[in-house]
Design a protein around this ligand. Sequence first.
Ligand code: SAM
Length: 472
Amino acid sequence: MYNPKSDNADEFICHEEVLDTLAFADKNKNNKELINSVLAKAEKGKGLTHREASVLLACDDENLNEKIFALAQKIKQDYYGNRIVLFAPLYLSNYCVNGCVYCPYHAKNKTIPRKKLTQEEIKNEVIALQDMGHKRIAIEAGEDPINNPIEYILDSIETIYGVKHKNGSIRRVNVNIAATTTENYKKLHDAGIGTYILFQETYNKESYEQLHPSGPKHNYRYHTEAMDRAMKAGIDDVGLGVLYGLESYRYEFAALLMHAEHLEAVFGVGPHTISLPRIKKADDINPDDFDNGIDDDIFAKIAACIRIAVPYTGMIISTRETAECRERILKLGVSQISGGSKTSVGGYFKPMPEDENSSQFDVSDRRTLDEVIKWLMECGYLPSFCTACYGSGRTGDRFMEICKNKQIHNFCHPNAIMTLKEYLEDYASEDTKAIGYRLIENELKTLNNTKIKEEVGKNLVKIANGERDFKF
Ligand code: SAM
């Protein structure tokens, strides 16, 4: 029985409700009147239900689809402006006891070199990340209670926050580790993590159990109810995602939004971010072995419909995607991207020899962070290294409140300008600097609050003079 407020995953992601939603979407996919009324509702920026959004996703009328894409772009502009926040993943360990059939870390894979970073090695990775200019990272690890216990993750977080190299610092550590207990989520919360990210992989219980045949991750309910435990433990910001390619994308889309509705219904705040990963080639994984792969057009449609359905939830696209694909999806609503990423354990400090390749998947966008920053600016975006919301306690419902009132511009825009200035001074190539300085001048003109403008102007001078003691 479908119940968004239930604490049972079988009820808040009710299979029958997903099937009914898909049937409703099929029946109405060319219902112009309904779709126009859904779009009119969405234009108010208050979001859509999973049923309404599923109709938009199913729609194959060219004119209506154009409207859908245009609205996604408008919402993106209204809520996020031209800012794009940067981050990088940091792989700590690829030891894993699970049997996930799409992931090369699965326990039966005997070909992938297993690696776990020591705290000294983590320091080196962090220094390398800081030298690129990163301020925000997402730590990643396989699930292995012996090799990667929670104490190891907590020590690693402490090490990461503790590294102060030249002008660098990691100001926000997001965490992408396997579902765990409420007690462990409390420990992560106390360690000062940013967002807790956990991809559902698939919401279809039957497929989920087949795709995760062994290990603790096999337990569908434990995995699907993880965000409830995390939020009960005090973690305000959680990040959802499905791995596209495993199951039918329309099923995943409806269920993902039901998950967001569930969190909103129970905790008064939806997910902080939604990631959009697609399955990629990896050590012993061939994406063609999975039947539900989606092309770039469908991928773009999903991004647009998510943007419209949950306007105040950040959207993330990683280097799994090519530069070309990222450029297309960015304008439809993405607010965060990774840059200069390595998906191997220990890949930043020292390039990996081929036979030590411990990567989780092949990255398609292999550009350096500097190249990504330059490209973003050439495409008209304002790269941001800001982590101020987190630093000032603007998380969870407090963040959402500001975001829903479109007030986030007053915080994010000035901070994006100032953190870009820091990046340009400390890490950018000459070409990137030249474009960046021009961009900052133009962005300053768009600040229409005189007090904020003055403040930013003063801080830019301080940054140019080497001051770095800011809470961005
Ligand atoms: N081990 C943690 C867990 O069980 O949730 C999460 C960390 S894992 C390093 C991060 C994510 O990478 C997974 O949740 C999965 O969606 C994604 N992933 C795994 N194999 C992949 C592949 N072949 N291509 C693309 N993404 C993949």
